[in-house]
Design a protein around this ligand. Structure first.
Ligand SMILES: *Cc1c(COP(=O)(O)O)cnc(C)c1O
Length: 413
């Protein structure tokens, strides 16, 4: 694509093509797609972009490595169905996500259910469904024993381990130190001893160090330390380890200066890592669970300009969508310093970006900001504003009810 602008094209915008000045999603022009969807605002996901991402990833990863999709990144049913045909397993973190996973052709033993605070009802549903339960505490293990005993089914379990190290340079740390996730590594030997007297099918370990990491060395270190820890812990287990989930945390670039994750060194290391695991744990299948990396770049959020105004020298584009649909792009989903997501005028993609504007939503709060003083193509009322990198933690991670505006729509193209 060509952008007649001296601004460098953001890496994110290369996932989509442009024709006649208009962004294309799956060979449909954005203006036509808006008509097809029936109105703005909406999220659009491109199935070919998702497929291509997985194809590229698989071409470098060891063939024996299992790839799982973490549904919480994007739980749209059509997206989950599409991914189910491309990955080896689905990871869920609620009974609702479990139902979405069970609606696909994925066999129940390839669905794993993690998350702290699973209720008795959720444990019961999971046991009945035959999905794998990733246990996060000793109490949860004991509750599961009681529940599965009453039901008369043997549950399949994996122990989620809170590692004794942290993933460096991770956007969100989810392991190491004191955490609500997983069983502290040093307690696992006791738990394995208790487990030996329970009627459960122990499958192995799950270690998830963190999310949104763009640093290959840090991910390699986490894979090395996690697999070494699992091999040590497996020595104590009575049952043979058949599952080793090494987590994921692969990030995508959002902001100027973010460098796309270099997968090659991670894949190289995984080839060697899997050989070591194969020697120590010959029956184990090693898995990665990825959410954002698989779907994040395949999605855009589209909102229409409703009003344009100047206020004391600053130009505002006021749109029909905002923070309530896309909390992360507004900078209020875990960001410390607000930065602009990649944003463009979707029906003026080849027009010079020569107007400095702020894109805001309709909510009565200054937090409702999609772009802060960003150079964009000259936009008018009716134009379509696109937020890229919106395929993960967009729709389902936003406070849709805040201020009682209509929900966003979603479409997989
Ligand atoms: C959220 C989550 C993931 C997915 O994280 P991404 O950053 O979207 O890849 C994977 N595993 C667990 C346990 C999670 O909680």
């Amino acid at each position: 694509m060509s952008m007649n602008s001296d601004k460098p094209v953001h890496a994110a915008q290369t996932s989509f093509t442009v024709a006649d000045n208009c962004l294309q999603v799956g060979n449909v022009s954005l203006t036509r797609l808006a008509l097809r969807v029936g109105g703005t605002p909406f999220y659009a996901y491109d199935r070919e972009v998702i497929s291509a991402k997985i194809h590229t990833l698989r071409s470098v990863l060891p063939a024996q490595l299992a790839l799982h999709y973490s549904i919480k990144a994007n739980p749209m049913p059509a997206v989950v169905q599409h991914l189910a045909g491309l990955v080896d397993g689905l990871d869920v973190a609620s009974a609702g996500e479990m139902q979405l996973a069970l609606d696909t052709l994925t066999p129940s033993e390839r669905i794993s259910f993690a998350g702290p605070g699973k209720t008795d009802a959720e444990l019961q549903q999971a046991v009945a469904a035959g999905v794998v339960l990733n246990l996060e505490s000793v109490n949860e293990l004991r509750r599961l024993q009681r529940i599965s005993g009453e039901l008369g089914y043997v549950p399949k379990i994996v122990l989620r381990v809170n590692p004794d190290f942290e993933l460096k340079s991770s956007g969100l740390k989810m392991g190491g130190g004191a955490k609500q996730f997983g069983i502290d590594a040093e307690l696992v030997p006791e738990v394995l001893a208790e487990l030996a007297n329970m009627d459960m099918e122990f499958l192995g370990f799950h270690i998830y160090a963190g999310s949104q990491n763009l640093n290959p060395e840090a991910i390699i270190e986490a894979h090395a330390k996690s697999s070494a820890m699992a091999i040590r812990l497996a020595d104590i287990a009575r049952q043979e380890v058949r599952t080793l989930n090494l987590g994921g945390g692969f990030g995508i670039p959002y902001f100027p200066g973010d460098i796309p994750l270099d997968i090659a060194p991670i894949a190289d290391h995984l080839h060697r890592c899997l050989e070591r695991v194969k020697l120590a744990l010959p029956k184990a299948t090693v898995a990665l669970e990825l959410g954002r990396y698989l779907v994040g770049e395949a999605g855009i959020y589209v909102t229409r300009v409703i009003d344009k105004k100047m206020s004391r020298g600053k130009c505002y584009l006021i749109t029909d969508g905002g923070l309530h649909h896309h909390l992360a792009a507004s900078g209020n989903f875990g960001q410390v310093l607000r930065k602009n997501y990649p944003v463009a005028v979707g029906d003026k993609m080849q027009t010079m970006s020569d107007e400095l504007v702020s894109v805001v939503g309709p909510l009565c709060t200054p937090l409702d900001l999609l772009a802060d003083q960003m150079p964009l193509a000259h936009a008018e009322v009716g134009d379509l504003i696109v937020v890229f990198q919106s395929g993960a933690y967009g729709y389902s991670a936003s406070p849709m009810a805040f201020l009682s505006h209509p929900s966003a729509r979603e479409v997989l193209v």
